[in-house]
Design a binder for this molecule. Structure first.
Ligand SMILES: Nc1nc2c(ncn2[C@@H]2O[C@H](COP(=O)(O)OP(=O)(O)OP(=O)(O)O)[C@@H](O)[C@H]2O)c(=O)[nH]1
Ligand SMILES: [Mg+2]
Length: 296
């Protein structure tokens, strides 16, 4: 179908509520990393999909939280910047019948911009109907949402209805991106994120939250094989030891898990070499944060 309209829709919500899971379900590919740990996403990630006669550009944002580092401040800033000047906002919440501090703060942000807001209650695969009705009544008493929709980003339940709902807000206009493009993230960025996902999965809380990943070499051989050099930065010498593990076992495991996903994503064989370096307290150092690609 010809594209006659295009719209930008931002997804906001507390950490771990399922925003990245939703963008992956929408585009049918894994472009954003997902873990069961809060504060997984650090940057805005755009997901592009054509839906009927509309091209919809969904913005996945970092979870809204109380920042405890410069990096955290940056992440919250990303959320705030992405709720104005968009065509609609998807405000995603847990299926819990009480409104938390993060939700209250987010709502007060959203109210300032006169953008349509769809309340999206996620993870409905985990609750009973009666509970869901409670959640709906608590939220509708708090704010007059343009729509309320329960979904499961994981199973895909309700996701098509959600797209129908937000497509209405896409103004007339040409497509913003080419037909076959599903994200504006460069391949290097996605690869670095896949490695960060494995760090989050394999290691205890504090360590992966203090890591940054940089792809320093990305080259393709004539036969299509890709050589990657990747540096993992962490905050402490002791963290470096844990990331590398006994006789390098942990780094090997992280590398293997990541290589698997990278090969799937790139559709070719990959040689991955990893290094670990220490950058003390980089999360509180603006110039280092900037060096890692976060534009503070
Ligand atoms: N049962 C269930 N789990 C879900 C659903 N959506 C997401 N999850 C899980 O919730 C966890 C967090 O998902 P993410 O997509 O990383 O959440 P996020 O909102 O992007 O988190 P941040 O990036 O930290 O803000 C993961 O373990 C997901 O598998 C859902 O619909 N049902
Ligand atoms: Mg996320």
């Amino acid at each position: 179908m010809d594209i006659k309209r295009s719209g930008i829709i931002t997804i906001v919500g507390r950490p771990n509520v399922g925003k990245s899971t939703l963008v992956n379900t929408i585009v049918g590919e894994k472009i954003a990393i997902v873990t069961n740990k809060p504060q997984t996403t650090r940057n805005r990630i755009c997901a592009i999909v054509n839906h009927g006669d509309a091209q919809l550009v969904f913005m996945d944002t970092p979870g809204f939280h109380k920042p405890r580092s410069r990096l955290g401040e940056y992440m919250v800033q990303v959320v705030k910047e992405n709720v104005s000047d968009v065509d609609a906002i998807i405000f995603m919440v847990e299926p819990i019948p009480n409104i938390g501090k993060q939700e209250e703060e987010l709502l007060s942000q959203i109210k300032m911009d006169k953008v349509p807001v769809v309340l999206c209650i996620n993870k409905i695969d985990t609750v009973k109907k009666e509970e869901l009705l409670n959640v709906i009544s608590v939220y509708s008493a708090e704010y007059e949402f343009d729509h309320i929709i329960p979904i499961s980003a994981k199973t895909g339940d309700g996701v098509n209805d959600l797209m129908d709902m937000v497509a209405v807000y896409a103004p007339k206009g040409d497509a913003l991106f080419p037909d076959d493009m599903i994200t504006d993230q460069p391949e290097r960025q996605i690869i670095a994120e896949i490695i960060r996902e494995k760090l989050l999965i394999c290691l205890d809380h504090e360590i992966p939250h203090g890591t940054a990943v940089e792809v320093t070499k990305f080259s393709e051989r004539e036969n299509g094989i890709i050589d990657l050099d990747v540096t993992i930065y962490c905050e402490k010498e002791s963290h470096k030891g844990i990331i590398i593990g006994k006789k390098g076992a942990m780094l090997k495991k992280i590398g293997e898990l990541a290589r698997n996903d990278i090969e799937n994503f790139m559709g070719t064989k990959v040689f991955l070499q990893t290094w670990v370096k220490v950058r003390e307290n980089w999360r509180d150092n603006s110039s280092m944060i900037r060096n890692f690609g976060f534009e503070v």
